[in-house]
Every structure is written in C-alpha cells, then in structure tokens.
Design a protein around this ligand. Structure first.
Ligand code: SAM
Ligand code: 2KA
Ligand code: SF4
Ligand code: MG
Length: 211
C-alpha cells in the first residue's frame, strides 16, 4: 500500500495510529477499579502543558493498525470494557473502530477532550474539557461523565462553567493534576465538601502502579 492509500484509510478511520494497548484497571472516574482493555491512539493537537502522555502527540510516531487488528487485541482482555484514549481519539473518524468493537460485544468507553466532532457509537463518554480547545457543543448533551482537571484554583470556576452545560445525568468529577497532587488536593477536598454534587477522582493507577 502506498502513502496516499494509507492516508485515505486513516481519513476513513479504517487505519488508526496506535501508541500502545494494554489490559489494566481503569484508574480514573466512574469506572475506576474495573478491568479494562486500553487502546491509546496516537495524535493530539490540543497541547495541554501538563499532559501526562506527551509522547502520544505526534501521530506519525505511532504505527497504523487496521480496526480489525485493534479489535483482536482487545480480545486478549477478559473484560467487556474497552477504553479508547490517546492522544485525542476524536481527531479521527471512529465509526469503523466502534463498529468493529461492537461486533465483538465490547462495552465502549472513550476518554476525550471533545475538541473535535464526535464519531462512533459509545456506551460511555468521559468528557475532560481543555482550555486550549474547548469541547464541541454536542458533547455536553452526550457526556456520561465530566472530569475536570484541577491544576490551580481558577480551575474550579472552569469546572462550574462546564457543569452548567452538561446533561442532568452526567456524573461530575474533579481530578487533581498529577504534579500538583500535594499542593492542590487539600483545596479539592474542601471544594467537594462544600459542593457535594462533585466527586473526587484520583489517578489510582499511579498509586497501585499499573499502566
Ligand atoms: C491523556 S488524556 C487522553 C484523552 C483526551 N485527550 C483527554 O484529554 O481527555 C486522558 C485523561 O488524562 C487526564 N490527564 C492528562 N494529564 C493529566 C495530569 N497530568 N494529571 C491528571 N490528569 C491528567 C486528561 O484530562 C484525560 O481525562
Ligand atoms: N489505568 C489507567 N487508567 C486510565 N484512565 C484514563 C487513562 C488515560 O490515560 O486516558 C488511564 C491510563 O493511562 N491508565
Ligand atoms: S487533550 Fe488529552 S492527550 Fe491532548 S494534550 Fe490534553 S491531556 Fe494530553
Ligand atoms: Mg493516563
């Protein structure tokens, strides 16, 4: 296959850059503690300065895989739960990927900033809005979970702006930015005690030392 044909299949979402894939425990948010097969797609142009997976940003650093191949990988996990993350998954047309994974009876969750239009059929969308590229409007109605990263005290205001826009059933999480865990966690604790609609999410995989 030549480069042009490859590019065409990426545009169609039949081929996707995969940075890594692993069977682990979902560390964050609503499904925290559950076994899940993670697929981390390469490529993100959002550019959060505190991103904990900057090596994912350059799509061309990561090998292209066919969605059928990706589907087979997820069968190496016993769990139904598959988490598609990145990089930024909504960079791509995710229709072929979710169709393939649904044919394998997987429960499909996505971690996303919502920066680009949504494609694919999802059982669970975790929306984590980013100041550099705020979410597309459609995500507020569709998100099952809002997970706002708290890097400094201004981020509580940012969190409330998004809470005001999500649907009534959307679960609300505040997750401290990893490098600020020690200094910001006391403020997050106080905030949730005063605003109990929110729940704390910690990046538990980093404490239990799993991928
Ligand atoms: C690496 S991102 C990939 C998915 C998508 N690009 C996004 O940002 O939602 C996965 C999750 O990790 C969160 N995250 C990234 N860097 C973090 C950090 N340094 N501390 C805490 N959470 C972080 C993101 O907000 C997102 O919820
Ligand atoms: N165990 C584990 N849980 C996670 N939840 C969200 C993650 C991500 O990077 O998207 C992540 C991750 O990288 N590992
Ligand atoms: S949107 Fe996600 S992957 Fe992209 S820089 Fe921000 S945290 Fe990292
Ligand atoms: Mg992570």
């Amino acid at each position: 296959m030549n480069r042009l044909q490859q590019k065409d299949l990426v545009v169609k979402g039949q081929l996707l850059p995969v940075m890594e894939h692993f069977y682990t425990i979902q560390g964050e948010g609503y499904q925290s503690g559950k076994a899940a097969y993670f697929v981390r797609l390469g490529g993100c142009t959002v550019g959060c300065h505190w991103c904990d997976v900057k090596d994912s940003w350059e799509a061309s650093d990561h090998p292209l895989m066919d969605v059928e191949e990706i589907g087979k990988l997820t069968l190496n996990g016993k769990a139904d739960l598959v988490v598609i993350t990145g990089g930024e998954p909504v960079t791509y047309n995710l229709d072929p990927l979710t169709k393939q994974l649904k044919s394998l009876n997987k429960y499909l969750a996505m971690e996303t900033s919502g920066a680009f239009p949504l494609t694919g059929e999802w059982d669970w969308i975790c929306l984590s809005p980013k100041k550099n590229k705020p979410p597309q409007e459609e995500f507020y109605q569709l998100a099952h979970e809002l997970k706002v990263i708290i890097f400094n005290k201004d981020d509580f205001k940012w969190a409330e702006q998004h809470r005001a826009r999500v649907n009534a059933d959307c679960k609300l999480y505040l997750q401290v930015e990893w490098s600020k865990s020690d200094s910001m966690m006391p403020f997050v604790v106080e905030y949730v005690k005063n605003n109990p609609e929110w729940t704390i999410s910690v990046q538990s995989h980093k404490y239990i030392d799993v991928p």
